[in-house]
Design a protein around this ligand. Structure first.
Ligand code: SAH
Ligand code: SF4
Length: 470
């Protein structure tokens, strides 16, 4: 029987064909290069892109590639690009420009461009026109077709552009290459919210959820492989499950993952305030493996701006959500994204954002100056405030947050916290993150890396805690 989700899934025949093509490519690549091929991959943009790249690297691994950070030894370069702000786009295109010489040196080399930036028609055309040495360009909806696109390029030596416009697909399972003990786990793709400034719904398609059984199987496999932290990913995780044949809520999914035996931390992002339910807050409190950290992007503290952004909540609703969350979990750390200089935002409206930031007491903020994105409603809105004013407001907000962060870290002094040690910095400190995602540094030993340690906080700086391992 055909179910409502069936049409979204890439068929298993299609996925098996891609895996077979990996084997064919393996031989073709050895012939082409005369040695085991090496790939250099780079991700621009968000965690979803990192996660996609891990799947593309999974394919590369199946095609016999080894990985290198050194461009000079690479035979293939893969750039997974971002479109969310103009700056990300400049950076990606700048890097592609720099590859001209790299490719000219050895014309058998292969350049692959994918991700949100090239999913935009006008950018794909620009790549076609101005970057003739790029070999393969594919969009966000056909990641699963990477082996076939590579095969077509190797066998024809013609440039490949595969960028279908689509509401989006789910390809299950894809190979994946992860490293370390912290892993990203996508639970859904796309977005239906159409915030007026945002390009994501145009380049990532409609919201669709992975089946809980597929997510649980992947989470279990990660834990069996030694992963100690899993971050669940989606543009709006609070809306998880609505498109499933048997809908479940995000809170229910969180509890199912929490029930997997093992010693690990669960994080998630991003929570959209308009869909954040009390059921989720209660689940967070109840689930001992879920980090007491809520990333709840507010974007603005002005109701008029929020409405024009199409965010679907008011300042009052947001603050009442924060109050309920803090009442349930007094130690909860809250972080957010904020856009400064949305078209038509006045200084008074910006000051409302400053007030809200003070009222909430965020442990960290991710602040962005508004960047017009082609094809979005905000691009056509009047934007009279000069860039210098926006930069000044932006700095005011950053300074304010620095003061607030210092107040937020002070109560940790003397507390002993469980921290996953992630590595060693150049300054000699070992480091990790608290449950609330605050950076913490401590003196330690090599064997701490990738393990949990107990750290007593001895110093609280504005963005970092320092401590001693017990
Ligand atoms: N789905 C997530 C955010 C994805 S994009 C959410 O709704 O919270 C990550 C952040 O980039 C956004 O929260 C927003 O603050 C910022 N952003 C998105 N589009 C932007 C634009 N055009 N200009 C500046 N910042 C933008
Ligand atoms: Fe963009 Fe809004 Fe969707 Fe987030 S919720 S990805 S900001 S449209």
């Amino acid at each position: 029987m055909q179910t409502k989700q069936d049409s979204i899934f890439v068929s298993s025949d299609e996925l098996s064909r891609q895996i077979l093509l990996c084997q064919t490519n393996r031989e073709l690549l050895i012939d082409r290069f005369g040695h085991t091929p090496k790939a250099c991959t780079h991700v621009f943009g968000c965690q979803q892109n990192i996660s996609d790249s891990q799947r593309l690297e999974g394919y590369l691994e199946q095609m016999g590639f080894e990985f290198t950070d050194n461009l000079e030894e690479a035979d293939l370069v893969l750039y997974n690009t971002c479109a969310v702000r103009e700056h990300a786009q400049y950076r990606a295109l700048g890097n592609v420009g720099a590859l001209k010489h790299w490719k000219a040196k050895r014309p058998d080399r292969i350049i692959v461009l994918c991700g949100c930036m090239v999913q935009q028609e006008h950018v794909a055309q620009r790549v076609r026109r101005s970057y003739p040495y790029v070999s393969i360009v594919f969009g966000t909806h056909v990641i699963h077709r990477f082996p076939e696109n590579l095969y077509r390029f190797i066998t024809t030596n013609k440039r490949i552009f595969d960028i279908p416009d689509s509401k989006g697909t789910i390809a299950e399972p894809l190979p994946v290459r992860r490293t370390g003990v912290k892993g990203w786990l996508p639970i859904m793709y796309g977005c239906n919210n159409f915030c007026t400034y945002c390009v994501v719904p145009y380049v990532r398609g409609r919201e669709r959820s992975r089946r809980p059984e597929d997510i649980l199987a992947e989470a279990k496999a990660m834990i069996d492989a030694g992963y100690k932290e899993i971050t669940l990913l989606g543009q709006n995780v609070n809306s998880y499950g609505k498109t499933l044949d048997k809908p479940i809520t995000f809170a229910q999914l969180l509890c199912m993952i929490n029930d997997i035996p093992g010693d690990f931390i669960i994080r998630f992002m991003t929570s959209h305030p308009k869909d954040c339910t009390d059921e989720l807050l209660v689940a967070m409190k109840k689930c001992e493996k879920v980090a007491k950290h809520l990333h709840l992007p507010v974007q603005s503290g002005s109701n008029r701006v929020l409405k024009t952004m199409n965010r679907g909540y008011t300042k009052e609703k947001y603050l009442s959500l924060i109050d309920r969350a803090k009442a349930l979990m007094p130690d909860l750390c809250i972080t957010a994204d904020i856009i400064v200089g949305f078209p038509g935002e006045t200084y008074e409206e910006f000051c409302e954002t400053m007030d809200l930031v003070e009222r909430v007491g965020y442990s960290a903020l991710f602040t962005f100056i508004y960047s017009p994105r082609k094809g979005t409603p905000a691009e056509a809105m009047d934007d009279p405030v000069p860039a210098e004013d926006k930069s000044r407001w932006f700095q005011q907000l950053v300074d304010k947050q620095e003061e607030i962060a210092a107040i937020q870290t002070a109560p940790y002094l003397g507390q002993t916290l469980r921290v996953l040690c992630e590595g060693r910095k150049e300054n000699g400190y070992y480091f990790g993150r608290t449950e609330g995602n605050i950076l913490i540094e401590f003196f330690g030993k090599e064997e701490f890396i990738n393990n949990f340690v107990q750290v007593t906080v001895t110093q609280a700086l504005s963005f970092v805690l320092r401590g001693e391992v017990q």
